[in-house]
Write a protein that binds this ligand. Structure first.
Ligand code: SF4
Length: 61
């Protein structure tokens, strides 16, 4: 996985941080931790993207 980002529209539900706490931190909106190991967290990132109720978690493989 090369890149993870959040498009505008996050409703701060917290699901992504719950599923992948090393990658997502939800404050005012969800943020991707720039230090996160994307390869190691690939499965949970995909899971978070599937779970996001507004589909704003995007990734490039
Ligand atoms: S799962 Fe989606 S809506 Fe919920 S906090 Fe994460 S990015 Fe925002």
């Amino acid at each position: 996985m090369k890149k993870v980002y959040i498009e505008p529209g996050c409703i701060t539900c917290g699901a992504c941080e719950f599923v992948a706490p090393e990658v997502f931190q939800v404050t005012d909106v969800s943020h991707v931790n720039p230090q996160a190991e994307l390869k190691k967290n690939e499965e949970v990132i995909k899971e978070a993207a599937r779970m996001c109720p507004v589909n704003v978690i995007k990734y490039e493989e």
